[in-house]
Design a protein around this ligand. Sequence first.
Ligand code: SAH
Length: 379
Amino acid sequence: MEAAVESPIPGIEASVPQTKKRRASENGVGVNEMKNGTTEKEKFIDESYFASYSDVELHRTMIEDTVRTNAYQQAIFQNMEEYIHGKVVVDVGCGTGILSMFCAQAGAKKIYAIDASKIAVHAKQLVEANGFSNIITVIQGKAEEVELPEKVDVIVSEWMGYMMLYETMLPSVLYVRDKWLKPGGKMFPERAMLFMALGEAQWITKYEEGTYDFWVSLNHVYNLDMSLLADHAVARYKDVVHVHMVSQEDIVSLPTPVCDLDLMRVTPEDIRCISHNFNLASMGSRRLNSMVLWFDVWFPGGLKLSTSPHNEDTHWQNTVLPLTTATVKQDTPVCGVINITQDLSNHRFLNVDLKYRVDSGEEIIRGFKMDDNCTDNDF
Ligand code: SAH
């Protein structure tokens, strides 16, 4: 039997409608749009999104990322006396409830743990099993629709997606901030930065070389020239965003911040379109083949959770935009502009547009769509 989960919104179904786990990009979206307009479309996308978070394996992936989970635990415990003990907390997107339970261990007076996914049912069971039912109230519902009985001192949320902004969960947290956070309240985390740097990703080089070798080798085997397909295969590989680990040796410039978000002040409009003019310089003689992005977030007190290639691996990995390979020397300038915008057909997806020039070469324009496929691109 599934545990009952409170719905604080009168007249609104507490549970997420049963949808078969599927990708937000799958069709059906267009049909909904024709029938009911954008709101229905967004609702459909959200249903798929929350359905995917009902999968316990996804929560295992996040929790076993000890860089992530330990950072939240330490941030909560280090700030226990000043900001958590005796305070009212809301956990936006509580998942299994792990962050809420950290806050309970740190002496919070009351915690509202909100999640729109059916994982909230398990969160409630876990809260009971750990003896926190008197402190933590699990609420299954969309954070934007939940009515709390009081304002809160602290917002805890792990809202970051790939490349920080993928999934577009941050606007939900900001909505809760504006509606429920007391003046002078605290956000965990309170600052978030996205970075970019030039890369020479070895796995791209390997793929490129292996692909040429394969298609050219067919000449010896079948006496047919299939080599034209090599260019096509490489172009296809380079046309998509890759979520992949990048080792620090593969970073060939200093990073530049793409955005620096003060989470107490930033608005959803600020992040709908992020634009950054960059001016990078290569380090050493290298084969530039990618732009690499990662993010860091900071908690009150200064503790940093970093997903940088210069730090330990995390489940977010790094985000890689493949570029046409160019040979660069020490201090070759690579200048341009990057635009990151929410995709119009699916607000959870992103479009990344890049305009850049290597040294005094031609301006190159590239557009990448960041969708559900971004983790499956290592063909
Ligand atoms: N806090 C948990 C889970 C983080 S994953 C942990 O740290 O392990 C993000 C969670 O936020 C998912 O379970 C997702 O269902 C939930 N979520 C995302 N947007 C939401 C929204 N607008 N309202 C309620 N829950 C949301």
